[in-house]
Design a protein. Sequence first.
Length: 111
Amino acid sequence: MRDEDRVAAARRSLLELLSEDGHLLPGSVIDRMMRCGKPNCRCTGDEGALHGPYHQWGYSRGGSRHTRRLSDAQLERYGPEIERGRRLSELLAALEDAELTWVERAEGWGA
């Protein structure tokens, strides 16, 4: 694929995502198993008896990292928006790569 075609395809993919209804939320969700910290709880000595899973959403804002615990209902409500935000990041990275490849080849920089 020519560099110009690759740039155009990356831009189209980005525009398609941005034209969809719905929000875009940054970050990612992980499921965690945790100890509660109570000395007499079964989770203290048994790895298989940890509490959870708990859904944890992490994102950066203004140079700070934030973490929020999500309920099952919140994950169901915001999960698609977080996934769209992840897709946005991927598409922006692909566009950036295509643009950099284009200028490097145009100027004869690189291999």
